[in-house]
Design a protein around this ligand. Structure first.
Ligand SMILES: [Fe+2]
Ligand SMILES: [Fe+2]
Length: 442
């Protein structure tokens, strides 16, 4: 049975591929995006099943589905996404063979294989024997951090050698050692397949788990992870990719008019590290303010949510709030540099949307010029940064009220905002728009 797997995230693609190949008699073609997939589909005539991600650069999964339907291709189309298919633009739920809900990939594939058997799809004349060994990507083991089962290497056609034992840690050094030797796959025994797949899935899906739930706790978990990873490895591509997931989540919530008050209430109720909580709240609030001002084009919301999730990742004391940091900032050079450090790193990354670095650079500036790092005033601070600065202040006040055990209401938050300060330039417009914005309370 021939599969075409379309997925831009390397680990997810490897994981799905690994799961498919555990089934005897399967073959997997791969594409990293919709455009490549369409090109492949024009050449390949033997694809039985397409498994397609939704969120990808260029064409989304719905647009790929449209192509398959319009061309009348005889293959089954399966969508794999963390979102409910009904909420996804361009997707026709009636023409889906199955929707696999991420991160429960192996469960989804088990259902898929049952359906395919029942429907007699694929070449059933030759019943394939299960292979003695399967391959698993080194990168998947690395992401898992531990060997999910015994791992083997094929030295030559007749010799297979066990190199790592189940339960052993798989460290950064191991990763460098094996990939340095150009090794991309390990072998595992057939009987370990199911267990191995479950363990990998459990470990790498922490990042995607229940992102569609109304439980923001999970978004804060992701943010926790982002903060932790930046501390250990710097602001690398992995972090930026994970931030993108959080951005999609925040933007889709606001656009779908989900219950924002309830979400914010959840964020502020739980006892968590300051920065992750603060960043997730800021993503929701800045998008809500933008929406109120009708600056709610998708790119603008994405910029704001992105800046929110990343803006303070270089602050080293996640338990401290920024007002306290500012107070002791004379001595705290690291804190004074967190805007510059972050925006400089982001400006070098082509995957980060434009303006995000600027918003982050300016997020501690003030309309009266009393902020940092540059001390620019309302004339120089960009409109989006102005919106961000006001939203940031709302979040700080809200978190402070919560910390003091006070009731959180819109009135209380507004009473503490210095109104005079925001009567200038771009700030004035943003400030007047939040006047009747309802964020807190029952
Ligand atoms: Fe900050
Ligand atoms: Fe902040």
């Amino acid at each position: 049975m021939k599969f075409l797997l379309i997925e831009d995230e390397d680990e997810i693609r490897e994981l799905i591929r690994f799961n498919i190949e555990l089934e005897p008699g399967t073959h997997v073609y791969e594409a990293r995006n919709g455009t490549d997939a369409v090109e492949l589909l024009q050449k390949l005539k033997d694809v039985d099943v397409i498994i397609c991600d939704y969120q990808m650069p260029g064409m989304n999964g719905g647009q790929v589905q449209k192509y398959v339907v319009n061309q009348n291709l005889p293959c089954k189309f399966v969508l794999s996404s963390a979102y409910d298919v009904e909420t996804l633009p361009d997707v026709n739920p009636n023409k889906l063979y199955l929707a696999i809900k991420k991160p429960d990939i192996s469960e989804g594939l088990t259902i898929l294989f049952d359906m395919l058997k029942k429907d007699n799809i694929g070449d059933r004349d030759t019943i394939a024997e299960p292979a003695a060994y399967h391959t698993v990507a080194v990168s998947l083991i690395y992401k898992t951090g531990v060997c999910p089962c015994d791992l083997y290497l094929e030295l030559n056609k007749d010799k297979i050698l066990k190199i790592l034992n189940q339960g052993e840690m798989f460290s950064d050094e191991d990763y460098v050692k094996y990939t340095g030797k150009k090794l991309t796959k390990f072998l595992i025994k057939n009987e370990d397949g199911a267990h191995c797949s479950k363990t990998i899935e459990r470990n790498i899906s922490v990042l995607f788990k229940n992102l569609t739930d109304e439980e923001v706790e999970k978004a804060v978990d992701v943010q926790d992870y982002i903060h932790d990873t930046v501390k250990r490895f710097g602001l690398n591509d992995d972090v930026i990719n994970i931030a993108k997931e959080g951005v999609d989540y925040a933007v889709s919530i606001i656009r779908n008019n989900k219950n924002l008050k309830k979400l914010l209430k959840n964020i502020f109720t739980n006892q968590r590290d300051f920065i992750p909580q603060h960043s997730v709240a800021l993503a929701f609030i800045s998008c809500a303010v933008a929406s109120k001002m009708q600056w709610n084009s998708e790119p603008t919301m994405v910029k704001l949510a992105f800046a929110s999730l990343i803006h303070d990742v270089f602050i080293d004391s996640p338990k401290l709030n920024e007002t306290e940091e500012v107070q002791k900032s004379e001595k705290n050079k690291d804190f004074m540099n967190h805007t510059i450090e972050c925006s400089t790193t982001l400006s070098k990354n082509p995957d980060v949307p434009p303006d995000v670095d600027k918003i982050i650079l300016e997020h501690h500036e003030q309309p009266d010029g009393s902020g940092f790092p540059k001390g620019i005033d309302h004339m120089k601070i960009s409109p989006l940064s102005s919106l961000f600065i006001i939203s940031h202040q709302i979040v700080e006040i809200a978190m402070d009220l919560k910390m003091k055990g006070e009731m959180l209401t819109d009135e209380k938050v507004k009473a503490r905002i210095n109104k005079e300060k925001y009567q200038k330039g771009n700030f004035k417009k943003v400030f007047s728009s939040i006047d009747d914005l309802k964020l807190f309370g029952e």
